[in-house]
Design a protein around this ligand. Structure first.
Ligand code: NAD
Ligand code: UGA
Length: 434
């Protein structure tokens, strides 16, 4: 089976490499010459654990290649995936579909034989039908089916998520399209992963509903964490107690500085717009967005309070700037709100992130970047944990205290044990903990 993957980003490149590992022949097409240059050398342009090895193995086996030329890849393909970005549209918060439709217009002239064109990008309900109408107008002669195949992988564990999914979701109303998609995902269905076939509208909406629900769990636990502080409970105890109920589940109940990333913020915003347009507003999701916005601001105030009410003239060491660990992705990271707020209020900020400096530095002007956590802590009044990279969990708190000028720790991810921090002579503030 031959696959053309249009867009070699966090989703396209991982999907392409995993499909080639299943034994399919994949050509990954991107417009970004820099990315193409890296990928042709077997170097992933994004940081995703395990991806370089997977790419190199499949490139050597002749199953994975990279190209800037859409024509041959589309002509040969049984399935063409659209995995380009669908960012939040400036000004109105809708999903920006310009990259998707541009790719559709570009691929149309090359369709040959029966081809499945499927969205892997997250697109609002109705988009597959719009793509179909557009292709019909451009190529009335072509034989094709347009499917929806939303992706549920997470950055940082993308390969494991892609190869061991809770479910694969395919939206189609074409019997021929379904046959092709069944064959494509056979390697997963044979291993017991459920491959679900639904209507295109259901598949498209299910993707947004899933992300909105997960975002809701995070906003929920963040509010419960604040309540815990006010009534003397401990959010970790509360989360693990409610999480034992299988109807609730123990995942996505970690409080923090609010959800970020390239997906939850834009997808929550987009489903709100879709629902308003359909005159069926999703008021719970609107509140989730509000709570998350306020959360980041409240975290900056929390740091201010921990430093005695003002950060003016203080030196703050921020550990982690990416939106989550095991990625270099800075899109909508909470640090992008919290760090500038601290700087505006007169703090100087030093930072260390194992992968975040490259994309973080241009977005966080004025930050002094360091090569290690201890270097960032040198002379600092406060330590702030923004992202829970594993290496921070093992930080020697006594060495941290010795390097610092002050003793304040604001642990926005609850990675340190409060007693251990206190024993090291630090003044500890966590989230929702006694
Ligand atoms: P990304 O920005 O990392 O990658 C998009 C790539 O598409 C870029 O390399 C860009 O150069 C390329 N591109 C754009 N237009 C092109 C064209 N016409 N031809 C060839 N290449 C083109 O985006 P991403 O994070 O991979 O997200 C892609 C989509 O997948 C989005 O809709 C997103 O919501 C969805 N998604 C992302 C994740 C995630 O973890 N990042 C998970 C699930 C779903
Ligand atoms: C998320 C979803 O988990 C994926 O299923 C989905 O495919 C993807 O969005 C997408 O549509 O792009 P991702 O953004 O990579 O994946 O990362 P998550 O692990 O979901 O984390 C998102 C944000 O929520 C991060 O800022 C993280 O710190 C925060 N979070 C997560 C919490 O604050 N608490 C939690 O308990 C879990």
């Amino acid at each position: 089976m031959k696959i053309c993957m249009i867009g070699a980003g966090y989703v396209g490149l991982v999907s392409a490499a995993c499909f080639s590992e299943f034994g399919w022949n994949v050509t990954c097409v991107d417009k970004d010459e820099g990315r193409l240059g890296d990928m042709r050398k077997g170097v992933s342009p994004i940081y995703e654990p395990g991806l370089d090895d997977l790419m190199v193995r499949n490139m050597k086996a002749g199953r994975l290649s990279f190209s800037g030329d859409l024509g041959p890849a589309v002509r040969d393909a049984d399935v063409v995936f659209l995995a380009v970005g669908t960012p939040m549209r400036r000004g109105d918060g809708y999903a920006d579909l310009s990259y998707v439709f541009a790719a559709v217009d570009e691929l149309a002239p090359y369709l040959e034989g029966f081809t499945v064109i499927t969205t892997k990008s997250t697109v609002p309900v109705g988009t597959s039908r719009q793509i179909e109408a557009r292709l019909r107008a451009l190529r009335p002669d072509a034989k094709f089916a347009v499917c929806s195949n939303p992706e549920f992988l997470r950055e940082g564990s993308a390969i494991q998520d892609f190869t061991h999914p809770d479910r694969v979701l395919v939206g189609t109303d074409s019997a021929d399209g379904r046959k092709v998609m069944e064959k494509l995902y056979k390697p997963l269905s044979l291993r017991g992963s459920p491959v679900m076939f639904v209507s295109r509208e259901s598949a498209e909406l299910a993707k947004y509903a899933a992300n909105a629900f997960l975002a809701m769990k995070i906003s929920f636990i963040n509010e419960i964490a604040d309540l815990c502080e006010d009534v003397g409970a401990d959010v970790q105890e509360v989360a693990s107690a409610i999480g034992k109920d299988r109807r609730i589940g123990d995942k996505f109940l970690h409080p923090g500085p609010g959800y970020g990333g390239s997906c939850f913020p834009k997808d929550v915003s987009a489903i709100i717009r879709t629902a308003r347009e359909a005159r069926s507003p999703v008021s719970i999701i609107e509140q989730v967005e509000r709570v998350n916005h306020e959360r980041k601001i409240a975290c900056a105030h929390r740091i201010e309070r921990a430093l005695g009410g003002s950060v003016r003239g203080k030196r703050i060491a921020v550990l982690g700037v990416t939106f989550k660990p095991n990625t270099d992705d800075m899109r909508d990271a909470p640090s992008l709100v919290i760090v500038p707020m601290l700087q505006e209020r007169g703090a100087t900020v030093t930072a260390f992130d194992p992968q975040g400096e490259k994309h973080g530095a241009p977005l966080l002007p004025g930050v002094q970047w360091c090569a290690s956590a201890i270097e960032a802590l040198d002379g600092a009044d406060a330590l702030v944990v923004m992202t829970e990279w594993n290496e921070f969990r093992a930080l020697d708190l006594e060495a941290a205290k010795a390097a610092m000028k002050g003793d304040v720790v604001v642990d926005l991810r609850n990675i340190f044990h409060p007693d251990a921090a206190r024993a090291a002579g630090l003044t500890y503030t966590g989230i929702g903990r006694r």
